[in-house]
Design a protein around this ligand. Structure first.
Ligand code: GLU
Length: 617
């Protein structure tokens, strides 16, 4: 193991021991003995995730996308001399056509960009915003299903503003050039793949007549695999954007169509959209700094607020670093009972804190320094006992840590399981100059709010259901209501475009869809790369493990060892399925791996959808 990794490990262990003593003083559970740290199963590759075949890989650029036709759009832009930002914008538009249920111009997203020049990581936030007329109680008594099929859940879409900003500031092609592949796909059509066919069979695909007319057959049955889907209205919309730029979307005829369309609702008057033309005209993307942490000697760049993605991934890694996840010692290693147990416990703690403290930091006092402080993280890590399952954890208060106090003083807050969609899309791009883009884009649930803007052919998001549906702010409990709805505010996201660096060089960039499970898919991938020494394909294919609440119901994919799951059940862990069995697919990770010395690039794409890697040799 390189000395830097040993140093990092020893530092964490010292930290944890110190915190254990501290936690004992403030009536937290007594310090746990920290397991010994045996040698990792294999020394980490110099570049995690790198395939063994030295001849593999690309040099002039690579894209990893969840659909082959969108991947081809990105590869084409790179081949024509475009950079990673150009390719990313083209991929986003193309995905709107071939994966319309997952992302598009009626939604938003986060683009993490590593700029070759200057070696800087930026995040372009094109997250949807709540309209000026939004209020904390606007969902009334609507439940998630009702709210998410109503215009009240439609946030001001940010995608077009973000993509346009990206091209203007970092791109080298015009909007019209970036739209060309998407226009062709929408006008000429393409064969429906298995993922779109399956989504077309879901009830959400029938929510509004235009949606039904476009994404079902004339007799109302779902689109079959191979059906040739043509989208002339969407092609027309893209042509308007190509001709007039983003102004036509935010101040022109498309803005008017959006405002009219979000009056649609399957529920009563409480479900009427509140967005106005002024809200659309006022939309601005934001450029942000990533949140940064360290794990076993690697630097991790994560998505900052308004996402909970980066803070949560970094917290999970901090909580897990003391444990020998990758060792051959009995019980550890990939899928080992101890490994899965401590992962579940770290997830339960992280999701308890996420529910209370994370959200849009421009509008609410997200305690970022507290959440990242050694004092807070060590006190949370000290709650993990490798031999026992903890009682359902409450969120603790990180704020006193920043003032030199102890975490959790005077405030503990119960949290509930969040209801979120499990859709969205992630793609990753690297170019020949060393720019890297890690981009997660969404319209929230599959088919968003189910409203296809009449005459314009794109779906409106239901992103505002990522806010607390009922206001949580409460002076009595001290809950700050960080994710309560407010005018102009961005709903808390889980999206987590991520980069892994060493010595200032990006080694890996990745992310996933999947609502709150995104955080855990990114964690699983990170551990597979760093602790379990897998190459990128294995890291993506390996069965995933996810807990998204303090109560801790485990979701897992088939392939994890039955004996480990039985051990978890014996410890008292509960499973989302009735028995300790794993079924559902979790996430869809697209990744790029870069070997800095040679500049070789490798892609990894997820077979859970139709993930595709295309590159230039
Ligand atoms: N709206 C979710 C978020 O921003 C993403 C939804 C999904 O991945 O399905 O975290």
């Amino acid at each position: 193991m390189p000395p830097a990794l040993y140093d990092a490990l020893l530092r964490r262990i010292a930290l944890l021991l110190a915190a254990g003593l501290l936690a004992g003083a403030c009536s937290a559970p007594p310090p746990k003995s920290v397991p010994s740290v045996p040698a990792l199963r294999q020394p980490p590759a110099s570049v995690p995730g790198q395939p063994a075949d030295p001849a593999a890989g690309y040099r002039e650029g690579v894209v990893a996308v969840s659909h082959p036709l969108a991947a081809e759009a990105g590869r084409g832009i790179l081949a024509a001399g475009g950079n990673a930002i150009d390719a990313a914008v083209a991929i986003h538009f193309a995905l709107n056509v071939v994966e319309p249920q997952s992302s598009g111009i009626g939604g938003g997203g986060f683009m993490m960009l590593r700029q070759a020049a200057g070696g800087r990581t930026l995040v372009l936030d094109s997250r949807e915003t709540a309209p000026a007329a939004a209020s904390a109680d606007m969902f009334g008594q609507l439940d998630f299903q009702q709210a998410s099929t109503s215009g009240i859940s439609v946030g001001v879409p940010g995608a077009v503003a973000g993509l346009s900003y990206a091209l203007q500031h970092w791109g080298s092609i015009t909007m019209s050039e970036a739209l060309a592949p998407a226009i062709r796909l929408a006008r000429e059509g393409f064969p429906v793949n298995a993922d779109l066919a399956a989504r077309s069979a879901s009830p959400r695909a029938t929510l509004q007549p235009e949606t039904m007319a476009r994404f079902r057959l004339p007799d109302g049955s779902p689109l079959p695999v191979g059906h040739h889907l043509v989208q002339p209205e969407l092609a027309h919309t893209f042509e308007l954007l190509a001709r007039h730029g983003s102004a036509v979307f935010y101040r022109g005829e498309i803005a008017q169509a959006i405002v009219a369309a979000q009056q649609r609702s399957l529920v009563g008057p409480a479900g009427v959209g509140r967005m106005t033309l002024e809200d659309l005209a006022a939309y601005r993307p934001a450029v942000r700094e990533p949140v940064i942490g360290e794990y076993r000697g690697y630097e991790i760049h994560g998505m900052p607020p308004p996402s909970s993605g980066g803070l949560s991934v970094l917290m999970l890694l901090e909580l897990l670093e003391p444990f020998p996840l990758g060792s051959t010692e009995t019980g550890w290693g990939f899928g080992g009972p101890n490994t899965l147990h401590v992962m579940a416990e770290a997830m339960r703690l992280t999701f308890a804190d996420r529910a209370v403290w994370m959200g849009d930091a421009d509008h609410a006092p997200v305690p970022v320094p507290g959440l990242q402080s050694p004092c807070f993280l060590a006190s949370r890590a000290a709650r993990i006992d490798p031999r026992r399952r903890m009682e359902t954890p409450l969120a603790a208060d990180p704020r006193p840590c920043v003032a030199g106090g102890r975490p959790g003083d005077g405030l503990t807050l119960a949290t509930a399981e969040a209801t979120e969609g499990r859709n969205t899309t992630h793609f990753t791009v690297a170019d020949r100059w060393g720019n890297v883009v890690s981009f997660t884009a969404t319209i929230e649930s599959a088919w968003g709010a189910g409203i296809l803007v009449p005459g314009y052919g794109f779906l409106l998001n239901n992103e505002l259901t990522d806010f607390n549906l009922r206001p949580r702010r409460d002076a009595a409990t001290g809950d700050p209501g960080i994710n309560d709805v407010a005018p102009g505010k961005r709903p808390r996201s889980s999206m987590a475009p991520t980069m892994l660096l060493r010595d200032g060089e990006v080694l890996a960039a990745y992310g996933s869809p999947g609502g709150s499970t995104i955080i855990n898919s990114v964690l699983n991938t990170t551990l597979n790369l760093i602790d379990h020494g897998m190459d990128i394909d294995a890291a993506i294919r390996a069965p995933r493990f996810s807990v998204t609440s303090a109560a801790g119901r485990i979701a897992c994919e088939a392939g994890l060892p039955a004996a480990s799951l039985a051990h978890l059940a014996r410890l008292g862990h509960v499973f989302a399925a009735d028995s300790p069995a794993c079924e559902a697919a979790i996430g869809s990770v697209q990744a790029v791996i870069i070997e800095p010395q040679s500049g070789r690039q490798f892609g990894g794409a997820d077979p859970r959808r139709e993930g595709t890697v295309l590159g230039l040799p």
